[in-house]
Design a protein around this ligand. Structure first.
Ligand code: 17E
Ligand code: FE2
Length: 441
């Protein structure tokens, strides 16, 4: 038997009963045992002391080529998607491999130290040198010992808006992009949008790649490319390899049409990604009042059994000036914007930044707290998923492929009021006990 390299003691596993603590043994990069009071001894023993142990966070949608460029060359004054695209068009005139790689790796480190170990990034491939794509493919390789990165070839300016773009998209697949992207609502006509989707599916089949479309990211209730994605998924049988990102127009469709579409969705198993931080700010910009939220029907899709995951989309770029890379902020925003405030709904929002994200990325048995799988896990200063989303506490320990990648000390508050208890560490400790809601079983 191989001896363990790390044993974590007294782990509160996601979804388990409160008092049910287990030990986790790791050897040769894999989880080798999960059981109460394991007899194994290891050179590294971590006393988790009843904190939450979770599979890592999954960032299922981010644009790493544009992260950390906010204000370059100017701020997005209108706050719209379209001004963002124009600012990025100016910024990308002078990107270099080094520029993209440095910013992307900085963002990935920011995310990984907060427990994100699987990421899907879009790379803009509507720029003739394909610098963003080449840089992100290099980043994928540079980080592979601690983080798994998927790269989507994303034609930001459209596939048929200029003569070179279709070939640039195919060249990106030859260069090794993991997935084909698209932006049908930004093609010049509805017909071009439909044609672009047909081409994207054909390319994905030819090169055996995944698909992730920026689909209907607009408040126009007539933007109906999701139905085309669904039709292509049904006809090709590609279902779970296909993702519709953003789909914000779904929030503006009339209910009769939305109901019909929900029915069509049952014929295939595509994935949805919502980006609540960004779309709550980008959408609704042409409304006065009432003002739409512009985030897709996350709750209804989840209730209908569709796979929904959540992403950042942006960290400090032309579309969104904020963001820290913390997936708990994304889940927290989804709870609010999508009104997922029931205890099972809050838990579901946590799942959307963990297991559901893994499903979107087609990670299969590369992901999960299961014996035999790669030892990727995080220790959170929380008692359960609800507590994690409420307080968004630090991820104390990040274990990537069986190695300790990062450790974070939580903030410590000292209560110093004269005459009260002597200085102590209230705050974190009393707060984490909080009030726990009765479970809905
Ligand atoms: N590009 C796009 O088309 N939509 C977005 N939300 C971002 C980039 C961030
Ligand atoms: Fe996006």
């Amino acid at each position: 038997m191989v001896s363990s390299s790390i044993v974590l003691r007294q782990c509160r596993l996601i979804g388990s009963d409160a008092d049910d603590l287990a030990d986790i043994a790791i050897a040769q990069g894999k989880i080798t045992a999960i059981a109460p009071q394991l007899p194994d001894r290891a050179p590294t023993e971590i006393d988790v002391a009843g904190q939450l142990v979770s599979p890592p966070f999954v960032e299922s949608h981010i644009h790493l080529d544009s992260v950390l460029t906010v204000g370059q060359p100017r701020w997005n004054r209108s706050g719209t998607l379209f001004e963002g695209i124009e600012i990025w068009r100016d910024r990308k005139q002078n990107i270099s491999l080094e520029d993209v790689k440095e910013r992307a790796i900085a963002a990935l480190k920011q995310q990984a130290q907060q427990g994100v170990l699987f990421v899907r990034t879009h790379a803009d491939v509507s720029e003739s040198s394909l610098t963003a794509l080449k840089a992100l493919l290099e980043v994928r390789d540079a980080v592979k010992d601690w983080l798994a990165l998927q790269v989507v070839a994303f034609p930001q300016d459209g596939v048929y808006t200029s003569p070179d773009n279709e070939e640039l998209l195919e060249e990106s697949l030859r260069l090794g992009a993991d997935a084909v992207g698209g932006i049908p609502h930004y093609e010049l006509t509805r017909e071009d949008g439909v044609r672009s989707l047909q081409r994207i599916f054909a390319l994905a089949e030819k090169y055996d790649r995944l698909i992730d479309i920026h689909c209907d990211e607009i408040d126009d209730d007539q933007s109906r490319f999701l139905e085309v994605v669904v039709a292509q998924a049904v006809k090709t049988g590609m279902g779970e390899k296909v993702t519709a990102s953003h789909t914000t127009a779904f929030a503006s469709y009339n209910n009769a049409y939305a109901l019909k579409l929900m029915g069509f969705l049952r014929r295939t198993q595509i994935n949805f990604i919502a980006n609540p931080l960004i779309n709550i700010t980008l959408q609704g910009r042409t409304d006065t009042y009432p003002k739409r939220r512009g985030v897709t029907r996350v709750k209804e899709l989840w209730q209908a059994g569709q796979n929904v995951s959540l992403g950042h989309d942006c960290i400090q770029d032309p579309w969104y000036s904020l963001g820290t890379g913390n997936m708990l902020e994304v889940a927290w925003m989804a709870v609010h914007v999508c009104q997922m405030t029931g205890t099972d709904e809050i838990d579901a929002c946590y799942d959307m930044v963990t297991g559901h994200g893994a499903q979107t990325l087609n990670l299969g048995d590369r992901y999960g707290l299961t014996v035999g799988r790669p030892a990727n896990l995080i220790v959170l200063e929380a008692s359960d998923r609800y507590d994690a989303i409420r307080r968004r506490p630090a991820v104390r320990t990040v274990i990537a492929q069986g190695q300790i990648l990062a450790q974070t000390q939580p903030a410590l508050t000292q209560w110093l009021l004269a005459g009260d208890r002597p200085a102590s560490t209230v705050g974190i400790i009393t707060d984490s006990k909080g009030v726990r809601p009765p479970r809905l079983d």
